[in-house]
Design a protein around this ligand. Structure first.
Ligand SMILES: *Cc1c(COP(=O)(O)O)cnc(C)c1O
Length: 223
C-alpha cells in the first residue's frame, strides 16, 4: 500500500460525508496541490487514482510536466502569474488556470493566446475577504469583470471562480468568504460558470458545505 493511500481515503471519506449531507447531486473534483513535493510523489499519488494536480509556479509546473510526460495528468495552475511568465504558461497547455486576478491580466493572457492561436480555460479569482495580501478581484466587482472578460477575451474560456478562504482562526469569517464566493458563482452559472474552486487542507470540508465543487488540497494529502 502506497504511503499516501490511507490519507487519500480518509480525505475522500471526509469530503463524501459532507457532500451527501449538503448536495447529493454535486460532483466534487479534487486538485492535488503538488507544489511542495517532487515528481516521484506525484507519480505515487497518480498510482492510487489521482489525476488532477496543481502547481503555483510556472517554472515548477514546467519541470514537472516534462518529468511526468508519460502520464496523462491533468495540470492546473493555481498561483500568482507574472506577466513575463504568461507565454510559458500558455505553452504548457494547462487544463485550467485558477488564478486570473484582474481584468488586465485576462486581457494580457487573451492577447498572448491570440498570437499563439490558442485558448485557455480560466477561473476568475475573487478576493472574497478583501485582504490586502491576497490577489483577486473585489467581490463587488466580480460579476461585472466576469462579463467584461466574456465579452472581450475571445481566446479565454471562462469556467467559473476561485477563492482562498479568509485568513482567520475564526470559522465564521472563513465561512462568510466561501459563501460570498459561492453566491457570485451562482449568479454566473447562467453565463456558463462550471467550477467554484475553493477549500484547502484546513478548510475543505467547510468549503464543500458552502458549495465548492473543486478543492485544492496540498499538505494534508502529501504529508
Ligand atoms: C498551496 C495552495 C493550496 C493548497 O494548500 P494546502 O493548505 O497545502 O492544502 C491551494 N490553493 C492555493 C492557491 C495554494 O497556493
Amino acid at each position: 500500500m502506497s504511503k499516501y493511500e490511507k490519507r487519500y481515503d480518509e480525505i475522500l471519506t471526509n469530503i463524501e460525508n459532507v457532500r451527501v449531507r449538503v448536495n447529493q447531486h454535486q460532483i466534487i473534483k479534487i486538485i492535488a496541490v503538488s507544489k511542495s513535493v517532487d515528481a516521484k510523489a506525484i507519480e505515487d499519488m497518480y498510482n492510487i487514482g489521482q489525476r488532477a494536480f496543481g502547481e503555483n509556479r510556472v517554472q515548477d509546473l514546467k519541470s514537472k510536466v516534462l518529468e511526468l510526460e508519460k502520464l496523462p495528468i491533468e495540470w492546473h495552475f493555481i498561483g500568482r502569474l507574472q506577466t513575463n511568465k504568461i507565454n510559458a504558461l500558455i505553452d504548457l497547455n494547462p487544463s485550467l488556470m485558477h488564478s486570473c486576478s484582474s481584468l488586465d491580466m485576462a486581457k494580457e493572457i487573451d492577447k498572448r493566446l491570440g498570437v499563439k492561436g490558442k485558448t485557455m480555460n480560466l477561473l476568475l479569482q475573487i478576493n472574497s475577504a478583501h485582504e490586502e495580501q491576497k490577489a483577486g478581484v473585489n467581490p463587488e466587482l466580480a460579476i461585472d469583470i466576469y462579463d467584461e472578460i466574456l465579452a472581450t477575451c475571445k481566446n479565454i474560456n471562462l469556467k467559473g471562480v476561485m477563492s482562498i478562504g479568509a485568513h482567520s482562526e475564526e470559522e465564521k469569517l472563513i465561512k462568510e468568504s466561501f459563501e460570498l464566493t459561492h453566491s457570485i458563482y451562482n449568479n454566473l452559472e447562467n453565463r456558463g460558470a462550471k467550477y467554484c474552486s475553493m477549500g484547502m487542507s484546513g478548510d475543505y470540508e467547510l468549503a464543500v458545505e458552502c458549495g465548492a465543487n473543486m478543492l485544492r488540497i496540498g499538505s494534508v494529502l502529501f504529508h
